[in-house]
Design a protein around this ligand. Structure first.
Ligand SMILES: N[C@@H](CCC[C@H](N)C(=O)O)C(=O)O
Length: 280
């Protein structure tokens, strides 16, 4: 039987599997079966808690960040980074005595991230590092209009589109169409962003590998940065990003580091029974 924990950050939900001896490397089909909302546990993604020293290519980060967040999307694909995932992962480490509350670091495929988990169980902050702005120009189809995309890399790729109302994104049952597709050789997360007041935006997202989710932390940072540039806001200006699953508070510092604060909730623990997951 495989123990698991279920958690979420602004309703971006994850199955967390602890793998302290790095003996478990699930394949994509297994992850997709666990994340299936009818035949599995159901989640937007999976977080494997594994020693950084056991992750080939990341061993150098182990001293600073002993635990590695091995993130998988709901379809089983690997992504470099998950902003909401970092907060939930950090909460898990503290709850399971793998880290002390306060400040500590975790390793990810997008580098080491610095966390703050308050002792009182309050909201968790992650220092996401700096953004990169790819030069490609691209567009996203919204209804029957092609709108310009603002490309922001937060360790993973994002295309931010400004709309008047996030409802314009439609049902998002399928990945939004982008052009040229060559602008996103590894796929893209698409954020639809509308004004929601001074220093406040509303966002919906279609995530690469997971479909529409109720929140995306890296996406919220990309959206905030695109909005702040558009508003001409100075660094250190805090923004609120309203997503269907709650509220994230984000600030870009003078030195370009981006900090995101929001909830990180552990909901349940359980065990996966042998043979219970549907073969695909
Ligand atoms: N929900 C995440 C992002 C997860 C990865 C994304 N789907 C991708 O493929 O890049 C977040 O909170 O950042």
């Amino acid at each position: 039987m495989i123990p698991f924990t279920k958690g979420h950050g602004t309703e971006n939900d994850f199955v967390i599997i602890e793998d302290v001896d790095a003996s478990f490397d699930p394949d994509a089909a297994w992850v997709a079966a666990v994340c299936d909302r009818r035949a599995g546990i159901g989640a937007d993604g999976l977080l494997r808690v594994v020693p950084t020293a056991a992750m080939p290519g990341y061993e150098q980060d182990a001293t600073e960040a002993p635990w590695f967040m091995d993130y998988r999307n709901a379809d089983g694909s690997i992504a470099e980074m998950c902003g909401n995932g970092t907060r939930v992962f950090a909460r898990y480490l503290v709850a399971h005595d793998l880290a002390k509350p306060g400040r500590f670091s975790i390793a990810t495929r997008a580098g080491v991230k610095h966390m703050h988990v308050p002792e009182d169980g309050g909201d968790v902050t992650v220092d996401m590092g700096r953004s990169v702005w790819p030069a490609e120009s691209a567009e996203v189809l919204v209804g029957d209009r092609w709108l310009p995309a603002v490309n922001v890399d937060m360790g993973n790729p994002h295309a931010v589109v400004f709309v008047d109302d996030v409802a314009e994104a439609g049902r998002l049952w399928e990945a939004p169409q982008v052009r040229p597709e060559s602008a996103y050789p590894h796929g893209v997360n698409v954020e639809f962003v509308a004004p929601a007041g001074p220093r406040r935006i509303a966002m919906r997202v279609h995530e690469r590998g997971s479909g529409e989710t109720r929140s995306c932390g890296t996406g919220a940072c990309a959206a905030m940065l695109a909005a702040a540039r558009r508003d001409g806001a100075a660094p250190e200006t805090p923004y609120e990003v309203r997503v269907p699953g709650g509220l994230l508070r984000i600030v870009e510092h003078e030195d370009g580091r981006i900090e995101m604060t929001g909830p990180a909730v552990l909901v349940a623990t359980g065990e996966l029974l042998p043979g219970g997951l549907s073969a695909r």
